[in-house]
Design a protein around this ligand. Sequence first.
Ligand code: SF4
Ligand code: SF4
Ligand code: SF4
Length: 262
Amino acid sequence: MRDEMAKLIDLSKCTGCRSCQVACKNWNSQPAVQTKNVGSYQNPQDLQHNTWTLIRFQEGVKENGDLEWIFRKDGCMHCTDASCVRVCPTGALSYGEMGAVRLNQDLCIGCKYCTIACPFNIPRYDRESEKTYKCTLCEDRITNNLVPACVKACPTGTLSWGTKEEMIKKGNERVKELVAMGYEDASLYGDKYVGGTHVMYVLTEKEGHYDRLVKSPSVPLSVKLWKNVAKPLGLFTMGAVIGAALLHYVIKGPKRPKGEEG
Ligand code: SF4
Ligand code: SF4
Ligand code: SF4
């Protein structure tokens, strides 16, 4: 059995160069698309069905009056307890090898349940193909002993790849270093949420400080109820209806057209 692997994103080292964003598009054969300049470095403005990794750009002013720029690589977190897998009615979303959460477009019926259930707001629906898309953790590369394309392209050491155990250790060591350097709010994000994600962040600020980074994410209650109560109840009801129909057939025999009774 292969090791469980993980990607570590150390935000203290990111320069926002977007090599990872381009490498992801390149490896996954996603075309460049026309975008609008809306006065922000962030481009495109959000994840898209054909942009699976996005550098979010945040500009602000610190308490001491200094200008603050934050770059955050956004994309699928490859959850151990993935809400998208829980709600997918066709099996299009499933657990793949080495920690990846797979999305098989051939099985996707475009119901968009995963886009609603994901606590990180990741999957994106494409109206043209009527399918949903997201990062694959480069499963085609990692199962062939290659690192994900984004990790390969990163020139600053922001992105690392290794066993989940190694990445948690590395992340915690980096947090200690950052705290010693004066970043007292530094923390490791991802290792304790939704069963532990296979993409983790080293943060220098509090979780709530980052644009669109969910604070203390968990599997939504509606998803748990769907999986544990509504779905089994639905199946039970369906089973009961079929059972009743069968019983009726056994007792009364097949239904015949009027005039053919007996
Ligand atoms: S981040 Fe969202 S899309 Fe990715 S595995 Fe987790 S629940 Fe699924
Ligand atoms: S792991 Fe692969 S698919 Fe996912 S963001 Fe990186 S390059 Fe894109
Ligand atoms: S390639 Fe590395 S440094 Fe450049 S934007 Fe991506 S994560 Fe940041």
